[in-house]
Structure formats: structure tokens, C-alpha cells
Design a protein around this ligand. Structure first.
Ligand code: CA
Length: 223
């Protein structure tokens, strides 16, 4: 899952990016607001972590610009300002949640998971499909109640396909989810991950739509 981090503090940004990558996310990092605008216009993100105190375009201005476009992208703001008024202003400007610096990386990732869950319209934290269950928080997949050992990128592909059940995701879309800026996309990587997923989870779960991409069908009797 691809996240945009907007933070001008190099040390903090570096730490947050490393922590989010550790948690299995693909992270693009912008150090100022205008670069973030360009990124938001050209890439597709699941969530933005936004520092409010930025050079040039402020975090609040960036947020206002985003919401004016009608974008519902979940936004978690980071703020050193600990007055109630600033937090209220951020939330009123369209932020979905906030953290006050300094914060714990574990709390940040927990809040991100909660936001993504709410945004995806899932009340339950688990994604289930027949005998398969994926726990985004614990990064655990079980099949018939038995844990399945997945590499981080296999997990990311499976999660994306389950969350978009019924929709075909192209190889390019999956590469976008798997790789951040500056990371070299290995050729055939997606095909290889799909191959491994089928070996571990059965051949029928993920369908190939030739020339288009991959899909996990919606359950026939959604309950
Ligand atoms: Ca700052």
C-alpha cells in the first residue's frame, strides 16, 4: 500500500519513512508542499501523513487544496503545535486524524491502520474470504486457520486484490502499490509474486485477465 509522507524535517522524515516501510508500506516522501501537490496529482495514494509546518505551501493550505478538489484521501496530520485551536483548525480543514510531535511510531502505524480501515468501509479489522483471512494489523494471513508464510510484497498484493475484490488491478497498478520512488521495479516481479501466492493459497483464488491484470472475484453470497 502506497503512502505519501510530507515532512520537511529530514531526521524525523527519515525515521517515519523507515518505520512505515518496516510496517510494510510503500512510502513516497516530499519535503515541501508544492512537491506534494505534484505527487498527489500524478500518483495514487492510500493515505497521506502531513506535517503542518512546511516551507512555502503550509500543510493546512495543502490540505485545503486537496479537499477543494473533492479528494477524500485519508489525511493524518503531524503537528508540533499542541494548542487545541490548531488541532481543531486541522480537523476542520479536512484532516481525519492527528498526532502531536513527538509521537511513537507504533501509535502512528496503529492510527494509519485505523484510518485505512474506516476509509475502506470495513468495521472489522480482518479481511476474510472463504477460508482465507488477512489481518492487516498483525500482517498475518491464515488459510483454514493455518498461518500462511507470505513475503511482505506478496502480502501487499493479496491485500490490494482482496480490498478491490471484483475489480481488475493492472500490473502497473500493483507495481505502484509495491514500489516507491527511486526503487527499481524488477521486471516480472508482480508475476513472480502472483505465482508464489497461488502456490501458497491455491491456484483458483487469483484470476489472470490476460492483457489486463489480476482479480479476486467478489464472494457470490456477500453476507
Ligand atoms: Ca515541519
Amino acid at each position: 500500500m502506497r503512502l505519501l509522507l510530507v515532512e520537511d524535517d529530514t531526521l524525523l522524515g527519515d525515521g517515519v519513512r523507515a518505520g512505515l516501510r518496516q510496517a510494510g508500506y510503500t512510502v513516497d516522501w516530499c519535503k515541501e508542499g508544492r512537491a506534494a501537490q505534484r505527487a498527489l496529482e500524478s500518483e495514487s495514494y492510500a493515505l497521506m501523513v502531513l506535517d503542518l509546518g512546511l516551507p512555502q505551501l503550509s500543510g493546512l493550505d495543502l490540505l485545503a487544496w486537496l479537499r477543494q478538489k473533492g479528494e477524500s484521501l485519508p489525511v493524518l496530520i503531524l503537528t508540533a503545535r499542541d494548542t487545541v485551536a490548531d488541532r481543531v483548525k486541522g480537523l476542520d480543514s479536512g484532516a481525519d486524524d492527528y498526532l502531536i510531535k513527538p509521537f511513537d511510531l507504533e501509535e502512528l502505524t496503529a492510527r494509519i491502520r485505523a484510518l485505512l480501515r474506516r476509509h475502506g468501509g470495513r468495521a472489522a479489522p480482518l479481511i476474510s474470504r472463504d477460508k482465507l483471512t488477512l489481518d492487516p494489523a498483525a500482517h498475518v494471513v491464515t488459510l483454514d486457520n493455518q498461518p500462511v508464510d507470505l513475503a511482505p510484497r506478496e502480502f501487499a498484493i493479496l491485500q490490494a486484490l482482496l480490498e478491490n475484490a471484483g475489480r481488475v488491478l493492472s500490473r502497473e497498478r500493483l507495481e505502484q502499490i509495491l514500489y516507491g520512488w527511486g526503487e527499481e521495479v524488477e521486471s516480472n516481479a508482480v508475476e513472480v509474486h502472483i505465482h508464489h501466492l497461488r502456490r501458497k493459497l491455491g491456484a483458483t483464488l487469483i484470476r489472470t485477465i490476460r492483457g489486463v491484470g489480476y482479480v479476486i472475484e467478489k464472494p457470490e453470497n456477500p453476507s
